[in-house]
Ligand binder design. Structure first.
Ligand code: HEC
Length: 161
């Protein structure tokens, strides 16, 4: 039976509705989840705009960062930052290459570069062509927690080759 005009109109309306809902709810949008952690043990930042992770290798920051990571980031980046079965990139490799730089001053700059990339990416999120691959965390995570998470992720690097 050929489609009647009403069939046709219904189908067009259905397509229109589908498109409208697709536009309103981008497929990848997620609500960022604030971690519930006690971050009071973290030393206040001497320089809140600083470009280098002030908590590198600090065991308390690493423990707090791990807790925050597993609450807020693990759903996409893997539990304990093991991304082998995760949809999102392995964060342990950010700055990994710096360990192989022998010259201390160059090594420091290499790590600062990685820190700047980490902090700014986390703050801004990853939005490409209007599609949100990762939500921005700027208003969710205080800078102290971003650095604590960075400290955790850096040590988690060593656990996998
Ligand atoms: C909803 C999933 C999701 C959550 C939750 C999430 N991310 Fe991401 N993240 C992604 C995806 C996907 C990418 C890769 C985006 C791209 O490059 O297109 C990414 C990229 C990144 C990058 C850049 C990685 C690189 O190799 O360039 C960093 C850093 C990062 N995320 C940190 C975090 C941290 C820290 C958290 C927790 C506070 C977090 N992400 C939570 C999905 C997520």
């Amino acid at each position: 039976m050929p489609p009647t005009p009403t069939h046709h109109a219904r189908r067009l309306a259905a397509i229109g509705l589908f498109c409208a809902s697709a536009l309103m709810a981008p497929a990848h949008a997620t609500t960022p989840r604030a971690p519930e952690v006690d971050s009071s043990a973290l030393a206040p930042l001497a320089n809140p705009e600083g470009e280098t992770n002030p908590y590198r290798n600090d065991p308390r920051a690493i423990a707090i960062g791990r807790d925050a990571f597993n609450q807020s980031c693990a759903s996409c980046h893997g539990v304990d930052a093991d991304a082998s079965r995760s949809p999102a990139p392995d964060l342990r490799r950010i700055g990994r290459i710096c360990a192989r730089v022998p010259e201390p001053d160059l090594k420091r700059r290499c790590l600062t570069d990685a820190d700047v990339y980490f902090r700014s990416t986390v703050e801004k999120g990853k939005i490409k062509l209007g599609i949100e691959h990762m939500p921005p965390w700027k208003d969710i995570l205080p800078t102290e927690l971003i650095w604590a998470i960075r400290s955790f992720v850096e040590t988690a690097q060593g656990q996998r080759r």
